[in-house]
Design a protein around this ligand. Structure first.
Ligand code: ADP
Ligand code: MG
Length: 309
């Protein structure tokens, strides 16, 4: 079953295209990532899916049902916006009550759901009593996640769920997102973190300037666009030219003052290369095998590096 289908969706602001014929389809049960730099059109696309913004053209289907361009789809979708929508001067609990009311969750149902969610997210009940403005970034993000789960949506859309969190908290959120997925939620997230997309997502769409450049599993994308593995040798600058000559059979590439890259080679070649150089009195300070990453994929597709932060 397809959870979401976006077909030929376009959108312009003041004559400039921010979404250009975007087509993608997401299966139920996926963690699907929209990966792209700031300004790529990620938020615009998901807010069009949610019905918060109007599309100029194209079709959207949720669980096979066509959605008109004026329809709000928050009942079936839980939305975690990048800037959380919590009321800072209310407690977490009051925020949860408010959002539950908004989605028509019955009072009898609310308590059951709340208990389940705070257990699941590991939220301390005392934290829920505090004003949201008094919470740390990670706690606030958890409460925001709880509010978007209170109506038990089938699809969760998260806009940059870990932007601005420190690396440890970010990893905790990855775990939470994965367990939500295991509980049966289809997850759609946007990110500009390569690592996040790589670790978390079953499939990724790479988006830049409003266009989808490629869609696939992280492995597929790396295989297709990541280039080959390579071996990086760190060698003292004064020996570098000499080493380049000795390695000429391997098409060496000088990548910095003290680094040589041998494309297409992996760790199996290390002993051989080490011998070849040491026999001539050149010591390799460090060997490193570089595997293709989503960074390489992005560079190959766009000619630029995707800068996080
Ligand atoms: N309400 C708006 N009015 C005019 N331009 C907008 C509006 N919202 C977004 N844009 C522009 O659309 C482009 C895509 O923005 P956005 O969807 O927020 O990208 P992302 O979420 O990938 O960073 C940007 O160039 C942004 O400036
Ligand atoms: Mg955005």
């Amino acid at each position: 079953m397809k959870a979401l289908e976006v077909i030929n969706v376009s959108k312009s602001y003041n004559g400039s295209k921010v979404l250009d014929n975007v087509t993608l389809s997401i299966d139920e049960g996926e963690i699907f990532g929209l990966l792209g730099p700031n300004g790529a059109g990620k938020t615009t696309l998901i807010e069009i899916v949610l019905g918060f913004r109007r599309r100029d053209s194209g079709t959207i289907k949720i669980f096979g049902r066509e959605i008109s361009s004026r329809e709000f789809n928050k009942k079936i979708i839980g939305y975690v916006p990048q800037e959380h929508l919590l009321y800072d001067n209310l407690s977490g609990l009051d925020n949860l009550r408010y959002f539950a009311g908004l989605y028509g969750v019955k009072t009898s149902e609310f308590k059951k759901r709340l208990n389940k969610i705070i257990n699941f997210l590991g939220i301390d009940e005392n934290i829920l009593k505090k004003d949201v403005s008094k919470l740390s970034g990670g706690q606030r993000r958890r409460v925001a996640l709880a509010t978007s789960l209170i109506h038990d949506p089938k699809i969760m859309i998260m806009d940059e769920p870990t932007t601005g969190l420190d690396p440890n908290v970010r990893r905790e959120f990855w775990k939470l997102i994965m367990s939500l997925n295991e509980e049966g939620k289809t997850i759609i997230l946007t990110t500009h973190y390569m690592e996040e997309a790589d670790e978390l997502c079953s499939r990724i769409a790479i988006i830049d300037n409003g266009k989808i450049l490629s869609i696939g599993t992280p492995e597929e994308l790396k295989k297709k666009y990541g280039g080959e593995e390579s071996l990086i040798l760190r060698i003292k600058t004064r020996y570098l030219d000499n080493a380049m000559e000795l390695l000429s059979n391997y098409q060496p590439e000088k990548v910095s003052e003290d680094e040589i890259k041998l494309s297409g080679l992996n760790e199996e070649y290390i002993p051989k290369i080490r011998n070849l150089l040491e026999n001539k009195g050149i010591w390799v300070d460090k060997f490193e095998v570089r595997k293709p990453s989503l960074d390489d994929v992005f560079i190959n597709l766009t000619g630029r590096r995707l800068i996080s932060e």
